[in-house]
Design a protein around this ligand. Structure first.
Ligand SMILES: [Fe+2]
Length: 239
């Protein structure tokens, strides 16, 4: 049986996702937030799960990952994309890798475009996928920071996400309007920038004409996330 919890950080509007396999009790947590690490560790314990790993979909610019704090608390492994250049992870992921927890697996797909190191994690039976900031609900992540590229994001969404079954549920890293989940069918039809036959040229021009404010925490979050959330004063070794 799959244990599945969608968790929310109100300060950054970030969703984290806990996936556990019963009866083995092995679990993974996608996109943990530093300020919620204690909440998440308590939940894992209360559910009788063992946190094998935290997985970050990318190097976030708007919050600090809870990966290091949870590693410290629960000995969970830290995993994120090899392309990230982050130091201190236990495992660096690339396209086609698999992350096993109990009898279940997450399949790793490279979906660059919001940043150069974005990953999407697809559950083994293709019933759900965790899209980070690549594909949001009726939207997508910005492409003007962190080696972002509209053309790469367009290609990632169409080749790696829209190619999943129409019924596949899609869970993003953020939503700012209170929506929690979407599906491949919904986004193919209703995503105003990427769905309904929009071309890469139209998408690129839309993204290039956006005027977005600099993320408030970017100067703090990116350096911290390139250390997987380890505070600067803590020693660098990961056991
Ligand atoms: Fe992001």
């Amino acid at each position: 049986m799959l244990v599945f919890r969608q968790l929310f950080d109100p300060a950054s509007s970030t969703y984290s996702y806990l996936l556990g396999d019963l009866p083995s009790g092995e679990a993974v947590l996608i996109d943990p937030v530093l300020e919620q690490a204690q909440r998440d560790a308590t939940l894992v314990r209360e559910l009788g799960l063992t946190l094998l790993a935290t997985l970050d979909t990318h190097v976030h610019a708007d919050h600090i990952t809870g990966a290091w704090a949870l590693h410290h608390e629960t000995s969970s492994m830290i995993m994120l994309a090899k392309e990230s250049g982050a130091e201190g992870a236990n495992r660096y992921l690339t396209q086609g890798d698999e992350v096993a927890f109990g009898t279940r697996r997450l399949l790793v797909r490279a979906t660059p475009g919001h940043s150069n190191s974005c990953l999407t994690f697809v559950l083994d039976d293709h019933s759900m996928a965790f899209t980070g900031d690549c594909l949001l609900i009726r939207g997508n992540g910005r492409t003007d920071l962190q080696q972002g590229s509209p053309a790469r994001l367009y290609h990632s969404v169409h080749s790696q996400i829209f190619s999943l079954p129409e019924t596949c549920l899609l869970y993003p890293a953020h939503d700012y309007r209170g929506l929690t989940v979407t599906s491949v069918a919904e986004e193919r039809r209703f995503n105003p920038r990427l769905g309904a036959g929009t071309s890469v040229t139209e998408f690129t021009s839309t993204m290039q004409n956006r005027q977005l404010a600099h993320p408030k925490l970017i100067d703090i979050a990116i350096p911290a996330n390139l250390r997987c959330g380890r505070p600067e004063h803590e020693p660098a070794s990961v056991s």
